[in-house]
Design a protein around this ligand. Structure first.
Ligand code: ZN
Length: 156
């Protein structure tokens, strides 16, 4: 009997992620399938809930709104900082990205949006925040998680 996807199961799937314009953002094509522990918050909520009840071999298309994906764009995460904040960087251009430390100490991905003289406008939103996400999914396998995987909340 094939397992129906639900909590405490490990799911492997191939996927292709495209944005509203059809541009491919990410894909597992040519590499190992993505494997995750269902019900442990390992993948975005909008995709996880659509996988419930599916079985090995299932294919589906899922559209995920920002609220159930990487969140809405937060205007407070777009800020203007002085050029001096980028010490050691010779040329700052729109589109450049940096790793910085966020207020909670975690790594934050920052993209330069605009350079306006000595003012640099930066965006610390997740690159996929505010975007509609379209997933093409093929479920490759479904298995029971081990005790250890359930303890850790992720796949081994
Ligand atoms: Zn572990």
């Amino acid at each position: 009997m094939s397992l129906l996807i639900g909590d405490k199961l490990v799911v492997s799937m191939h996927y292709k992620l495209t944005d509203a314009e059809g541009t491919v953002i990410d894909s597992s094509e040519g590499s190992d399938p993505l494997t995750y522990l269902h019900g442990a918050g390992n993948i975005i909520p909008g995709l996880e809930k659509e996988l419930v009840g599916k079985t090995e071999g299932a294919t589906m298309q899922v559209t995920v709104d920002p609220a159930e994906g990487y969140g809405e764009l937060n205007p407070e995460m777009i800020q203007t900082v002085p050029k001096e904040a980028f010490q050691g960087v010779e040329t700052i251009e729109p589109g450049m990205s940096f790793e910085a430390q966020g207020p909670d100490g975690s790594a934050q991905h920052i993209v330069v949006k605009e350079v306006d003289g000595d003012n640099i406008i930066i965006d610390a939103n997740h690159p996929l925040a505010g975007k509609e996400l379209n997933f093409d999914v093929e479920v490759v396998s479904v298995r029971e998680a081990t005790e250890e995987e359930l303890d850790h909340g992720h796949v081994h």
